[in-house]
Design a protein around this ligand. Structure first.
Ligand code: HEM
Length: 515
């Protein structure tokens, strides 16, 4: 094993050189020496020079004010299916590939502790600014190597087990029902539009749902008297996303100079940490009062592992579990609203299981909703929350005929490929049928297993996948069971892309109550 200090996000990384692999029995898919020696050198990868990139992002440049998705599209148009974007202002270089064979090589060679560049500010805040709170634990999003593996192996049995997560279904359904009733109170009778900012309302639903899972607590955001601490947490969470994009994604000088804006960001981190910690301590004393019992909630189960792991997991769930589920839910609703025949088919499935609008959703009946599941999958194919998946190579690899040394950041551009007919026939159509097992739709299925990864892939796949699926499926069930939904926006739903891809602009649905 060799330690390479450079290239990565301030994390020295244990990489496997070609010599290390030869002298060990490590079970990684191997590429031959001949393949490596025949490949073109890393520095011959196409891509803009640093100077060119700076020029093009400045006013008047080709890439000025374009979002991440559009920037990637323009770069691919110019440089082809593999190119290198050199790091600016302390950021690392990133290789972009749009070749599914490369995705396969990457995932088959990621090892048991895949490395994905984390948010640099997370580690700084948790490890340097507040070590007394976090005790050296960075959390899943930003930890690497064995430190990541240790946390992940402890939380996997809780978070990745569908049965454990679905123990929360009844409460998640109550939250979805409350959301639906609140929507009804904001519906303009006759016109069926909603008098509110729909994105904000769905974000409230997502916050209420994930805080129930993470903190075992209802925040009351739908009522007239929401918990003040909860409102404060929600406000800080939303600020966190805006600021993280500035300091974790865009080039920034903060590692060298702490500007007043960065200091503000640290205050946001402090607020989130302090409020979360106070909720956890409240829950801990409640548990102590109740005495020893079998752990029921996700939080209780996490606390049984370790209080510090519970804290970082709760914070990571709150940070990763609001905009992701809110944005995906809106995308699913949009796809259903603009494809009324698919909406009808889904409603038929739901009505069979829930004969009355408010019939309870149970772990039993929710198992039999293949079309609902297929709608979510298809929506995530067309509009995932990230345009691709990121990994750092832990050994030298040949990608698209180029030598990519261990320690290189690689972005696999899954989304644009999943939206071409080459990999998904009739890719521009919303066809949930392509995900059904017993459907005569073999010709619609994916042509390559690596061209669909909305929750990532391998040991580092999204830990919140089960939670997200349960929450989104429950919300869609309640809305489709109670309303015919249509889209009345003048244009198609628009998206902005920063930390994640998120609906923006005019979000205009009509909710017509079902008789
Ligand atoms: C539709 C909703 C969601 C989508 C599409 C999504 C997608 C993703 C993706 C693509 C990754 C990177 C995986 C990889 O690198 O292979 C990820 C990681 C992660 N997600 Fe999600 N996510 C969603 C919801 C959630 C929720 C609800 C939570 C919290 C309960 C969550 C927590 C996390 C965490 C903690 C990680 C880092 C995992 C690790 O590095 O070990 N996500 N997610």
């Amino acid at each position: 094993m060799t330690v390479r200090p450079s290239r990565l996000d301030n994390h020295p990384i244990e990489v496997l050189t070609r010599e290390d692999i030869k002298s060990s029995s490590i079970p990684y898919a191997e590429q031959s020496d001949t393949e490596w020696s025949r490949a073109l050198p890393y520095n011959s990868l196409p891509g803009p020079s640093r100077l060119r990139l700076i020029k093009e992002v400045l006013p008047g440049g080709k890439y000025c004010n374009v979002n991440m998705m559009e920037l990637n599209r323009l770069l691919r148009e110019t440089y082809g299916d593999i190119y290198l974007v050199k790091g600016l202002f302390g950021r690392e270089d990133t290789v972009f590939t749009y070749n599914p064979h490369d995705f396969e090589i990457m995932f088959r060679n990621e090892g048991i502790w895949p490395h994905r560049v984390g948010l640099q500010t997370f580690n700084y805040y948790r490890k340097k600014k507040r070590p007394e709170v976090f005790h050296g634990i960075g959390g899943l999003v930003s930890e690497q190597g064995k430190a990541w593996g240790d946390i992940r192996s402890k939380v996997n049995p809780i978070m990745m087990k569908s049965q454990t997560i679905r123990e929360n279904l009844a409460q998640i359904d109550v939250i979805a029902q409350e959301f639906t009733k609140r929507l009804e109170s904001m519906r303009i009778v006759g016109d069926n539009h909603i008098k509110c900012n729909f994105l904000e309302e769905v974000q409230k639903w997502a916050f209420e749902s994930i805080s129930f899972i993470a903190l075992n607590k209802r925040m009351g955001l739908f009522g007239d008297n929401p918990d003040r601490k909860a409102l404060n947490l929600a406000e800080n969470m939303s600020l966190f996303f805006q600021l993280s994009y500035e300091f974790d994604v865009k080039p920034s000088v903060w590692p060298y100079v702490q500007t007043p804006a960065f200091k503000e960001f640290l205050i946001v981190y402090d607020n989130i940490t302090n409020i979360t910690l106070s909720y956890i301590e409240q829950e801990m004393s409640e548990l102590q009062r109740r005495g020893i019992q079998e752990a029921k909630s996700v939080l209780e189960k996490l606390l049984k592992i370790d209080k510090h792991i519970a804290l970082v997991m709760v914070m990571d769930m709150l940070m990763a579990g609001i905009d992701t589920t809110a944005s995906t839910s809106i995308s699913v609703l949009y796809m259903l609203a603009t494809n009324p025949e698919k909406q009808l088919r889904l409603r038929e499935e739901i009505c069979e299981l829930l004969p009355e609008p408010w019939s309870p959703l149970t772990t039993e009946n929710s198992k039999n909703m293949p079309y609902l599941r297929a709608c979510l999958k298809e929506s995530l194919r067309i509009m995932p929350i990230t345009p691709g998946n990121m990994r750092t190579t832990i050994k030298d690899l040949v990608l698209s005929g180029y030598q990519i040394p261990a320690g290189s950041n690689v972005l696999m551009g899954v989304m644009p490929l999943a939206n071409t007919d080459e990999y998904f026939p009739k890719s521009d159509k919303f066809l949930p049928e392509r995900w059904l097992k017993n459907e005569k739709s073999a010709e619609l299925k994916s042509k390559n297993a690596f061209v669909y990864a909305p929750f990532g892939m391998g040991p580092r796949t999204c830990i919140g996948k089960r939670v997200a699926e349960m929450e989104i499926e429950t919300l869609i069930t309640r809305l489709i069971r109670n309303y015919h939904i249509s889209w009345s926006g003048k244009e198609k739903l628009k998206y902005e892309s920063n930390i994640i891809t998120k609906p923006c602009g005019e979000i205009k649905f009509q909710f017509e109550p079902l008789r």
